[in-house]
Ligand binder design. Structure first.
Ligand code: GTQ
Length: 349
């Protein structure tokens, strides 16, 4: 006599095998992994020291030119997502190097890109016919489907952090890209045109804010830093964030980019933040000062200027600033807000 339970299991197993040939599968075996009580991500806390990335990039600089590579970038792969060019589940990050005299040739794609300048002054990127000069700490946007090429006429190498929505666009199967016929696109506007037109609390009288991407494509660090310095005098510190601002599209007040939220925060020397968690996995890039962040229960990052680290969805993070510190960060928050999925937990703070 076979045990009734064994008989039942065998019948179920045979059923699963049979329906599998029809591309059918039972939900009851996977429901608990699909619909979880809280976010459960393969994305892990992770950190990279700029000194290590820089050394590897200089080696890459001797192995391949920006022109041959098209983009000479080392991708920051989340250790829980290896082989997928992802720093979080839906965002990509890399560090790009342009050596003196090089050009990274013009192309365009439906993915949105941000550049956060880590080291070097005087390189440039051209976006839709307008060139902007890159300085350390500048946040620069390449909107979707905008022609862009990068160059470096300065005597020093330039390094920046690239943040793109590559995995999100891949998930949506919405990738298109084209190469320009010239390495460098023609310049059709003077340097500084977008900042004058859209970045001076003015808008062209008939400008329609269509949403999407900010018409300001360079948010210079000098202005950002000055704003933070002014605000600290009022000393309204958020227990979870210190003094944290978001970059905005001046025509709409919304996030500067449609798919990527971008932020900058000041943590004064000695400030310790209260534990905070949110559903938007976030990439942090300190640009001034040093300190440490504790992610989840026990992942401790000792960071300084130009290092990069990741806080996964719904993992607690606490920051401690040893010196006055400025942190740039980015996440998929605009997407989650648009879909009414964004949640945060400030503890009691
Ligand atoms: O500079 O256009 O890191 O197209 C990845 C893809 C940078 C760029 C990246 C890109 C670029």
């Amino acid at each position: 006599m076979t045990n009734p339970a064994t008989h039942r299991d065998a019948a179920r197993h045979a059923f699963y095998e049979r329906i599998s040939t029809q591309n059918l599968t039972p939900l009851w075996l996977s429901l608990a992994n699909l619909v979880t009580p809280e976010p459960r991500s393969p994305c892990q806390p992770a950190a990279w020291r700029f000194a290590d990335i820089r050394a590897a990039m200089m080696e890459a600089g001797g192995l391949i030119s920006a022109k041959e590579a098209e983009r000479r970038v080392l991708v920051l792969e989340n250790p829980g997502l290896r082989g997928q060019s992802k720093i979080t589940t839906d965002l990509y990050a890399g560090v790009q190097l342009v050596l003196p005299g090089e050009v990274a040739p013009a192309h365009r794609h439906t993915q949105s890109a941000l550049r956060f300048v880590l080291e070097g002054t005087g390189a440039h990127t051209t976006v839709n016919g307008e060139r902007t000069i890159m300085h350390e700490g500048d946040f620069i946007i390449t909107p979707p489907w905008a022609w862009h090429d990068h160059g470096n006429e300065s005597p020093d190498p330039v390094f920046w952090l690239d943040g793109l929505d590559i995995p999100l666009v891949q998930f949506l199967d919405a990738s298109f890209m084209q190469h320009h016929q010239e390495d460098e696109q023609p310049l059709t506007r003077p340097v500084g045109d977008a900042e004058a037109r859209f970045g001076a609390n003015l808008l062209p009288v008939d400008h329609k804010g269509k949403g999407g991407t900010s018409p300001v494509f360079n948010y210079p660090f000098a202005r950002t830093r000055e704003a933070l310095e002014h605000m600290r005098k009022a000393s309204e510190w958020d227990p979870c964030h210190g003094l944290k601002m978001r970059y905005t599209n001046p025509a709409t007040g919304q996030h500067a980019m449609a798919t990527i939220g971008t932020f900058v925060q000041l943590l004064p020397r000695g400030f310790v933040t209260a534990a905070y968690r949110a559903t938007d996995a976030t990439v942090f890039a300190p640009i001034e000062g040093k300190g440490r962040s504790i992610i989840g229960d026990d992942f401790v990052v000792e960071w300084q200027k130009r290092d990069i680290f990741v806080v996964p969805s719904w993992k607690h993070v606490r920051h401690e600033a040893e010196d006055d510190a400025v942190l740039f960060s980015f996440s998929d928050r605009p997407v989650q807000e648009a879909l009414h999925l964004f949640r945060e937990d400030r503890g009691n703070a």
